[in-house]
Design a binder for this molecule. Structure first.
Ligand SMILES: Nc1ncnc2c1ncn2[C@@H]1O[C@H](COP(=O)(O)OP(=O)(O)OP(=O)(O)O)[C@@H](O)[C@H]1O
Ligand SMILES: [Mg+2]
Length: 436
């Protein structure tokens, strides 16, 4: 190897002395490298980096072709090229069976004057090409992520100067690749942060709307009560009804706020604290159904309870009532006024509870999301509610060592089924330290 830097020299070079020609060639190569550094500093995508590098690689050495190879685990991917005739763009070769693989594994350049005399070359892959000689350098010497190849149609032994230029180009490429990766990560983080802010804002506006509705009803009833008491109507028959409506509004508000608090606590890694006691789940379900009687009447829904006998177990009563409440309120909301059936069946060591409606059902594209918390998938398609009911139900059942699933057909209805062990199991016993 000599130290000259052969260049596609301008014709005026003929008038220069040989040392002056070398200096001039070095100068123009340096200028080209500076230009490459500038171009690479403005590009952000791998595709653009490869395009700048493959063109520069060929120009810097005056080669007949250049390739940009990326390491993909145990393969070398010939990702891009600029050559007088097609090489291997888009093809993959095993890292142990090609020269770019050798360069990456050995972390050093390869210079080959006669490729057919070199055992590191897969000759079959080269036969259809123009290539007689090559020079290849790794991108990043510590742990190569790729390689840059130069190819000549006539026998050519790449000079030290040419290899140095390719190495300098590989160093610039490595910095550009790292920048592109950092830039990509940064963009992704910014995107995630923006999504989180948008989701939160959307959620706050839904929550505010949901809280406003019962509050308005409550205010209305309180104003009526105030009006009646001003009139001195202490025994007016409208008073109890007004008071009952005000209480219902306040209860709805309290339930919404509890749900929000639960969800916030869980989203910060908290767990549902269970207060275990022995009780009959059928009796608890009957209580919940009774509380729904007025709502069911106004939705023209018939509520049925199917249970052969009492099913006693050791659970958190308020929490399981909350699960049933959430399932029943959904069934009423989406049940189109058709009958709703609750079935409770003791099964050996456990109990299975079904809440079944004949309403609109769940669209297949929503099916995977309904148990998610608002924060994970964004607020669920909104039809009055925070999108928290099923999420909290699943968390409560999970804390008991139970599980929940559903079956649904659009326009035929939904059946939610949850299973519980008769005694909250090991998982929940960790959560039972606060047992009353
Ligand atoms: N019985 C049902 N029939 C049809 N769709 C249902 C039924 N139950 C749940 N869904 C769908 O699942 C979504 C999530 O239900 P979930 O109870 O978690 O939230 P929500 O009812 O919208 O609000 P929240 O319960 O917090 O007031 C609902 O918005 C609805 O699209
Ligand atoms: Mg709900």
């Amino acid at each position: 190897m000599t130290d000259s830097v052969p260049q596609a020299s301008p014709s005026s070079d003929a008038a220069l002395s040989p040392p002056a020609r070398v200096v001039r060639a070095q100068l123009s190569a340096t200028e080209r490298l500076v230009q490459v550094a500038q171009e690479l500093s403005t590009v952000r995508e791998l595709r653009e980096i490869m395009s700048v590098v493959r063109d520069a690689a060929r120009e810097l050495t005056g080669a007949d072709g250049a390739t940009f190879v990326l390491r993909e685990g145990k393969n070398c991917f010939y990702a891009d090229e600029n050559a007088i005739a097609p090489l291997w763009k888009g093809r993959r070769f095993p890292i142990t069976g090609c020269i770019s693989g050798w360069v990456m594994l050995n972390k050093q350049a390869a210079v080959i004057e006669d490729i057919y005399a070199d055992p590191r070359i897969p000759h079959e892959a080269y036969r259809p090409t123009f290539v007689r000689s090559l020079a290849m350098v790794p991108i990043r010497t510590s742990s190569p992520v790729g390689a840059i190849g130069n190819y000549w149609a006539e026998p050519h032994l790449a000079t030290d100067g040419e290899v140095k230029l390719l190495r300098a180009l590989a160093d610039l490429t490595s910095v550009a690749l790292e920048n592109a990766q950092l830039y990509g990560q940064l963009q992704q983080r910014i995107g995630q942060a923006q999504d989180a802010v948008r989701t939160r804002e959307e959620f706050i506006s839904i929550a505010a709307h949901e809280l406003r509705t019962p509050l308005t009803a409550l205010l209305l009833q309180l104003q009526r009560l105030e009006g009646l008491s001003r009139q001195g109507a202490a025994h007016d028959e409208r008073l109890p009804e007004c008071a009952a409506r005000a209480t219902a509004g306040a209860q709805r508000l309290a339930a919404l706020i509890d749900g929000l608090l639960d969800a916030t606590q869980l989203s910060h890694g908290g767990i549902i604290q269970l207060k275990l006691e022995e009780f009959d789940l059928v009796e608890a379900a009957r209580d919940v159904l009774e509380r729904f009687a007025a709502a069911a009447r106004s939705a023209s829904c018939e509520l049925q309870l199917n249970a052969q006998s009492a099913v006693r177990g050791y659970w958190d009563r308020l929490r399981l009532e909350q699960v049933l409440t959430n399932l029943l309120s959904n069934a009423l909301k989406y049940g189109r006024g058709k009958p709703i059936r609750v079935t409770i069946e003791g099964r050996g060591e456990g109990v299975s509870v079904e809440v079944s409606d004949q309403g609109v059902g769940i669209a297949p594209d929503l099916a995977g999301k309904i148990f998610e918390r608002f924060g994970r998938v964004g607020p669920i398609a909104h039809s009055g509610g925070l999108g928290l009911g099923l999420y909290l139900a699943r968390e409560v059942l999970d804390a008991h060592g139970g599980s929940i699933r559903f079956w649904s057909k659009p326009n035929q209805g939904c059946t939610f089924t949850f299973d519980l062990p008769l005694r909250a199991s090991a998982k929940s016993s960790a959560a039972t330290h606060s047992v009353a």
